[in-house]
Design a protein around this ligand. Structure first.
Ligand code: DGY
Length: 320
């Protein structure tokens, strides 16, 4: 008999076909988020799960799922999974590193350019029929070419963002828990500085750290106060790395010039005050969302699930 697995949200058909070769698959292709109760009920007799970042995998859930052996997240971030609880219950947890670096870095650049050049604000104005002619001072933006870019979190995505900055002839500063190797610094043409120095020097600050207790509100009121009034903040990492209320206060007091955001605390319920700022570009957590990348993420998670339940050693195991 094939092991039973649950796919908690909609995925691509060929990913389901691949899983069906190995497992008896139940899937939520209607794509309605499952409540904690529904998830526990559906997982009670399953050996594995293909999950997404909205599925909370914690001790309370695992206690109700005695057969569960593997939880494979379709995301590089895994703050929805309590790894200690997984360890305690003998459940393997995996993520999808690597396959989304380029798409996420590309989108970070979309946010940088759209924010600096006021693209969404100008488009909304044009669509509203307000364009009646060219003006010298129309939608004056900020230069990206030659500016200083500050990257907070120099993992794979931060590095991919840095490499794209070379075409804009930027000075690149970075802050990380510890400096990256000299080779990576050289390839990225980036200089390690303290967080304070990065905030004070950068024209554009972009966040790329995972979310954890250690990075909760890494950027809050104190840090925003250190940024230049002309600087922009870009955030496509994970809700909670930035203190959203502190950013709203800084924007209201015009202590920074604007922001480009893809992730939020408590998403999808973003703070409605964000909608009131013209100098903020808002996206609905889509940085990795290209057809190719989301497909690669889902397939990698499925491969992890197959490896976990057949060989016991998935390639992207988070809790060996
Ligand atoms: C990730 O992989 O963590 C992304 O945020 C998913 O969109």
């Amino acid at each position: 008999m094939k092991p039973k697995v649950l796919v908690t949200r909609e995925v691509f058909d060929d990913v389901l076909d691949y899983l069906a070769k190995h497992f008896e698959v139940s899937s939520n292709q209607a794509d309605q988020p499952l409540s904690a109760q529904e998830l526990a009920a559906k997982l009670a007799d399953k050996a594995g799960a293909l999950t997404v970042l909205t599925d909370r995998i914690d001790a309370a859930l695992l206690e109700r799922c005695p057969q569960l052996k593997a939880v494979c997240n379709i995301a590089v971030g895994y703050n929805n999974i309590d790894l200690d609880a997984c360890r305690a219950h003998g459940v393997m947890a995996t993520n999808t590193p690597g396959v989304l670096d380029d798409a996420t870095a590309d989108f970070t650049w979309a946010l940088i350019l759209a924010t600096a050049r006021r693209l969404t604000e100008a488009e909304a104005w044009l669509r509203a029929g307000q364009w009646h002619g060219w003006k010298l001072k129309q939608f004056l933006g900020r230069d990206v070419f030659g500016a200083t870019l500050g990257i907070v979190g120099m993992g794979r995505i931060g590095q991919s963002v840095a490499k794209r900055a070379h075409g804009f002839d930027m000075k690149i500063l970075y802050y990380n828990r510890k400096p990256v190797s000299a080779d990576i610094e050289q390839a990225c043409r980036a200089r390690y500085v303290s967080l304070d120095e990065l905030l004070a020097q950068s024209d554009i600050v972009t966040l790329h750290t995972p979310y954890s207790d250690a990075t909760h509100h890494l950027i809050g009121a104190k840090e925003l106060a250190k940024m230049k009034p002309s600087a922009l903040l870009i955030h496509a990492a994970r809700g909670g790395v930035l203190d959203d209320l502190a950013l709203i206060a800084a924007l209201k007091e015009q202590r920074i010039a604007g922001a480009g955001l893809d992730v939020y605390e408590g998403e999808p319920k973003l703070n409605p005050e964000f909608l009131t700022f013209k100098n903020v570009v808002l996206a609905p957590h889509i940085a990795s969302s290209t057809e190719r990348t989301r497909h690669r993420m889902a397939m990698l998670a499925a491969e992890n699930l197959v490896a976990a339940l057949t060989a016991g050693r998935p390639p992207n195991l988070l809790n060996p």
